[in-house]
Ligand binder design. Structure first.
Ligand SMILES: Cc1cc2nc3c(=O)[nH]c(=O)nc-3n(C[C@H](O)[C@H](O)[C@H](O)COP(=O)(O)OP(=O)(O)OC[C@H]3O[C@@H](n4cnc5c(N)ncnc54)[C@H](O)[C@@H]3O)c2cc1C
Length: 326
């Protein structure tokens, strides 16, 4: 039996834990109090906001099969949204998302997916690992409170690239490559509304603005109330990364009002989330990074591209390699 520590219980860490063979005794370490990572939701007053991943598509047969089990478990559903593209305040394209090419969401919220996948796994929550140290042929983990865990035969890091590079020891053979993979920030604005905003869309890709996305979050299946969710562009988030959050929130509200024409009187609540490591452009293969001699590996969306399916695929490919004894 190989003892394995997986650091990070996002989509990649959870997928890996579920795909490794029973020859592995797995412990996951997660800094927050809930699984799922960027597939996340936050409760508002009577409404819920999916402030990370908005929806996801499935292109590979493996991810489609995996989703079938989640759909059957009642954790994932198809979002039939009226989708538009907007430019300079005008709608330039419009289509209805249908089952022909499904756009999936978690139900009753995105965080339900992580909750479901975490069932039965040994996950240490609120445990932020900040050091990996070698002890003979094994690894010891140290958390922020100087508690130690291990020894483990193998450690797999499934954090965003920047955090992976910070945690991995310099001897990790892919360290230099990973250190060169930057991720882009994003702000998510969550607006609770007093009534239906009656917008001519439920999901909008916005161009030529500081907002890149606006959706009526409450139009997703099994959501109550009236909730609007907006994302900034990565560029705008980068320019305002160190700004006061209250100021950022107000600027984002102004931007959303300008793009949608919604009156500020409609707003019942407003919240903001800063994502330091939201997404990144498409990367070259291999899809994961393994150092067999040190028994250290890394996976996550950033090995492929900033998508839920990429996090799944990266973890699945790494699990295949490890299950084959490499
Ligand atoms: C605003 C936003 C919008 C997005 N929209 C979409 C979309 O519409 N469609 C789509 O497909 N994808 C979208 N994505 C991307 C998608 O969410 C990610 O690709 C995917 O969730 C990444 O999963 P992961 O497991 O690789 O990483 P993560 O989800 O980041 O998981 C890493 C986990 O590690 C934990 N962690 C971090 N440091 C430590 C530590 N030191 N010790 C222990 N635990 C630690 C974190 O808390 C987290 O749970 C979006 C992301 C964001 C932020």
């Amino acid at each position: 039996m190989t003892t394995v520590a997986i650091i990070g219980a996002g989509m990649a860490g959870l997928t890996l834990a579920r795909h490794l063979s029973t020859d592995h005794k797995i412990t996951l370490f997660e800094k927050s109090s809930r699984p799922g990572g960027r597939v996340a939701s936050r409760d508002g007053t009577g409404v819920v906001f999916d402030h990370g991943a908005q929806f996801f598509t499935a292109r590979s047969p493996q991810f489609q099969d995996f989703l079938t089990t989640l759909i059957e478990a009642g954790v994932v559903a198809d979002w039939h949204a009226d989708f538009v593209e907007m430019e300079a305040g005008h709608i330039t394209a419009r289509r209805r998302w249908t089952e022909e090419f499904p756009h999936y969401v978690g139900v009753p919220n995105m965080a339900a997916i992580g909750d479901h996948l975490a069932q039965g796994l040994d996950i240490r929550y609120q445990t932020r690992i900040n050091e990996l140290s070698r002890q003979n042929q094994s690894w010891l983990l140290t958390d922020d409170d100087d508690r130690q865990y291990g020894p483990f035969d193998r450690v797999i890091v499934s954090l965003p690239s920047v955090q992976t590079a910070q945690l991995m020891p310099a001897e990790f053979c892919h360290h230099d490559v990973i250190s060169q993979i930057p991720m882009k920030p994003c702000y998510a604005l969550m607006l609770g509304l007093k009534q239906d905003p009656r917008l001519p869309f439920q999901a909008a890709l916005v161009k030529q603005a500081d907002i890149s996305w606006v959706s009526v979050n409450s139009s997703k299946p099994q959501r109550d109330g009236f909730a609007l969710l907006a994302h900034s562009t990565n560029k705008w988030a980068g320019q305002h990364l160190d700004s006061d959050l209250e100021k950022v929130k107000q600027m984002m509200i102004d931007n959303v009002m300008a793009v949608t024409g919604i009156s500020p009187d409609l707003i019942a609540s407003a919240d903001i989330k800063r994502w330091h490591y939201a997404n990144l452009p498409k990367q070259a293969p291999p899809g994961f990074y393994d150092d067999p001699s040190l028994k250290l590996a890394a996976c996550g969306d950033w090995c492929i591209k900033g998508r839920v399916e990429a996090a799944f695929t990266s973890a699945r490919l790494l699990a295949e390699q490890l299950n084959n004894g490499h």
